[in-house]
Design a protein around this ligand. Structure first.
Ligand SMILES: NC(=O)c1ccc[n+]([C@@H]2O[C@H](COP(=O)([O-])OP(=O)(O)OC[C@H]3O[C@@H](n4cnc5c(N)ncnc54)[C@H](OP(=O)(O)O)[C@@H]3O)[C@@H](O)[C@H]2O)c1
Length: 296
């Protein structure tokens, strides 16, 4: 049975809830090659955010996006990512190349998966790396390479370990964090994500990604309707429902999704504002956390 209480009257769980009308989708181009028709379709649904990274499509994604979008590019808000992988140029050089390939500065530049590097550093090295990285990223904003900067983590636990240190608190602060969102996020990743998101001052800078973990078949035959309130459509399909729920796990204002299908994009754009049953969500979180505790 669906929950009786409307989402906006219910107590938010797992961090601050984001007003339904403020939830946004971003078209993520990790798996999806940019196509003009898909970009036009996104705009027609009010999806004006595009998420890319220096490493997507063999380093060519910014050029491909600019070619596919043409004059439409100005209507999109682009977030991209730079990475500290050894084989790549410096963060500043990657940012410059992204702007050159796009023909304009992206709105937001994120440090991409810093956990990969942090796992191989001891604590002091990790602190020094973060201080230098935050200063570089802040310098990109000052020099007009982007409007704001942030961090995107598939697994934010190594970053979470820095949050209380002077290396974090005394360094320039990111205004965006992007983390995994949805029912498939493991409990310890969810907890670390929420700790990271709490450091982001404005809800508009708390972002999610990959609501189906790139594996929609894991969810597409499960009855997820009880996660919605009675105000939601009666015959809601599982994946759009999972997207609505993902805005609460953890509480985020924007989610990057991957699709090549205009029909799927329609479904997700509609589901963005569906009201979620907070009691059901609380019960799910309790089970998830209990399971994580018993697995240790
Ligand atoms: N570390 C990072 O920074 C990082 C990591 C991962 C992802 N991301 C960002 O997040 C974006 C999305 O990630 P993702 O592609 O891994 O994950 P996802 O959005 O969880 O999953 C994409 C898959 O879901 C399917 N799908 C979407 N809507 C559907 C619907 N309504 N019904 C049935 N299937 C549906 C898509 O198939 P169809 O194409 O057939 O619709 C595709 O196979 C990426 O492009 C990237 O921008 C960032």
């Amino acid at each position: 049975m669906r929950g009786r209480r409307g989402e906006n009257r219910a107590r938010a769980v797992g961090g601050r809830a984001v007003c339904r009308s403020h939830r946004r989708l971003a078209l993520g181009l990790f798996r999806t090659r940019p196509h003009r028709t898909l970009l036009e379709h996104a705009l027609s649904h009010g999806v004006t955010d595009v998420d890319v990274a220096t490493t997507y499509h063999h380093g060519q994604v910014h050029k491909l996006l600019a070619q596919a979008a043409g004059e439409l590019l100005d209507r999109f808000t682009i977030s991209t990512k730079v990475s500290s992988q050894a084989r790549l140029p410096t963060l500043a050089e990657q940012a410059k190349r992204a702007a050159g390939d796009l023909g304009r500065a992206p709105a937001v530049i994120l440090v991409h998966n810093p956990e990969h590097l942090l796992r191989d550093l001891d604590h002091d090295q990790a602190c020094r790396w973060w201080t230098a990285t935050a200063e570089t990223m802040s310098g990109l904003v000052t020099s007009g390479m982007c409007r704001s900067w942030g961090v995107a983590c598939w697994d934010p636990r190594p970053v979470r370990d820095l949050l209380g240190t002077p290396a974090w608190t005394q360094a320039p602060q990111p205004s965006v964090a992007m983390v995994r969102a949805g029912l498939l996020v493991p409990a310890d990743v969810l907890t670390a994500s929420e700790e990271l998101l709490q450091r982001i001052p404005h809800t508009a800078g708390r972002w999610g990604m990959s609501p189906f973990a790139g594996a929609p078949h894991l969810l597409d035959d499960i009855n997820l309707a009880p996660f919605l309130t009675e105000d939601a459509p009666q015959a809601a399909a599982p994946l759009p429902t999972a997207l609505a729920v993902a805005f609460h796990l953890p509480g985020v204002s924007r989610i990057a999704i991957g699709t090549v299908s205009p029909t799927h994009l329609d479904q997700l754009a509609t589901a963005r504002t569906w009201p979620v049953n907070q009691q059901r969500l609380s019960a799910y979180r309790r089970k998830l956390m209990a399971r994580a505790g018993s697995a240790r």
